[in-house]
Design a binder for this molecule. Structure first.
Ligand SMILES: Cc1cc2nc3c(=O)[nH]c(=O)nc-3n(C[C@H](O)[C@H](O)[C@H](O)COP(=O)(O)O)c2cc1C
Length: 239
């Protein structure tokens, strides 16, 4: 594909077909992503790739965790505390979940959420349908492949920066090969289910996940949230 087409056609895919992804294709797009630049060429990231039975196990475990935490959210405080003490329910990711967004970013976050629900025909007040859509994150939107991106904690924000560049290369390579992707912060809520499946070096922190596969022909995949204008993006001069 033409580079500009790849760049502009990539969008977050939230419904996947059951068409499998060939192992050679997965290797090819990971190799493409390795062409990314990084801080002193340290390439401070690792990737866990789940397919087949492994992706099915993770789909099940993460969906169960989310269902339990969602139920707990509506429970009285003492139940929440008891669950925290018992362990195994609350998020155990490497980074704290973002519960409160900065005031200047919150409107864009809200507009993007509303746009998605509008595309799906879900009313603002329909909390059950919204929760169900949120839950689909944890079944990887039915994708046949789930990836998890880890960044080395030793370089702080710079590892995350490099991992982000790597992630974009991966997503663009996937688009170029007719595949769809959705980067998902939601998939970094729990680390322990991944520890059970992969050898993860302790210096590597779970940044986000990525669902990957061939896009399904569903309305959710038509959603295109808008972008800042250049005026909003570029800082003004003092003079
Ligand atoms: C780091 C990162 C985390 C994201 N987390 C989620 C997520 O948990 N669930 C989800 O549905 N989309 C998630 N997204 C997708 C964004 O919502 C999406 O990129 C944004 O709305 C722009 O839309 P587009 O990707 O279709 O251009 C994430 C994207 C990035 C880059």
């Amino acid at each position: 594909m033409d580079f500009n087409d790849v760049l502009h056609q990539r969008r977050s895919i939230r419904a996947f077909s059951d068409r499998p992804v060939a192992p050679e294709t997965l290797d090819a797009l990971l190799a493409d992503a390795l062409a990314s630049p990084s801080w002193s060429n340290t390439q401070p990231y690792r990737v866990a790739v789940a397919t087949g039975e492994q992706v099915e196990r993770l789909r099940r475990v993460l969906s169960e965790r989310f269902a339990r935490v969602a139920t707990l959210q509506r429970a009285p405080a003492w139940k929440k505390l008891a669950a925290a003490v018992r362990g195994g329910v609350l998020p155990d990711g490497d980074f704290k979940p973002i519960l409160k967004y900065p005031a200047d970013l919150q409107p864009r976050r809200v507009a993007t959420g509303h746009g998605l629900y509008q595309t799906l025909g879900i009313a603002r007040s329909d909390h059950a349908a919204r929760d169900a859509q949120m839950a689909r994150n944890f079944s990887f939107f039915d994708a046949p492949v789930a990836m998890f991106i880890f960044a080395h904690k030793g370089l702080g924000a710079y590892s995350a920066l490099d991992a982000g560049i790597f992630l974009q290369s991966l997503m663009l390579s996937a688009t170029n090969r007719g595949l769809g992707t959705c980067a998902q912060g939601a998939l970094a809520l729990w680390r322990s289910p991944l520890e059970a499946e992969f050898e993860i070096p302790k210096d590597y922190q779970l940044l986000c996940g990525l669902s990957l596969g061939y896009p399904a022909d569903e309305v959710v995949n038509t959603y295109r949230p808008d972008r800042r204008t250049l005026d909003e993006l570029v800082l003004s001069n003092r003079t």
